[in-house]
Design a protein. Sequence first.
Length: 211
Amino acid sequence: MSAAQTQPPDNDVRRARDGDEPALERLLTRHIDRVRRQISRQIGPQYQSLLSADDVTQQTGIDAFLQVKSLRADDEEGFAAWLERLARNNLIDAIRRLDADKRPPLDRRLAPAGTETTHSLVDAIFGVESQTPSRVLASREMQQRLEAAVGRLPPDYQQAIRLLDLQGRSAVEVAEIMGRSAGAVHMIRARAHALLRRIFLGNSEDSAFGA
């Protein structure tokens, strides 16, 4: 039996938190099916054509790799609870956006690339009411910073941001382009916004997702 196979489960939690990807893979193998079953029971029939438990668990697995350095648990029970929270947040984000898609603004139009789409994306990331960089930086500097930040995201996150936020395409269009469900696209976008927020705020952990 290999040394990896004899590691106590709680060692895997500490090793995963320290950046050991095989340890994290073992943890996901042990817990992801339970997460999938829980999420499957929470998706209402009105969303099942737009979102599946597999969508949520796939994104949750990605999130686990991107956010494992923020894990505070020291044991398997804590890891499982953390993974379930990630999955639940993904489901909430997806359903919230799917509901919003049913009520598009009457004057929804594609905005031209440039300053307006740049500021709209930054407002989406930080909130319209906040004192965002779009209120402070010159337009050219903002566009340069935003492009650099988007370029640091994982490829799927970049694609979702460019198509949804910068080109103004609908989630249905983007889902078809990306070969994903509309719900999965919304989850990707929500995570991309969160990671962009961390980049703009200069969070030292941003290197964990592709710096």
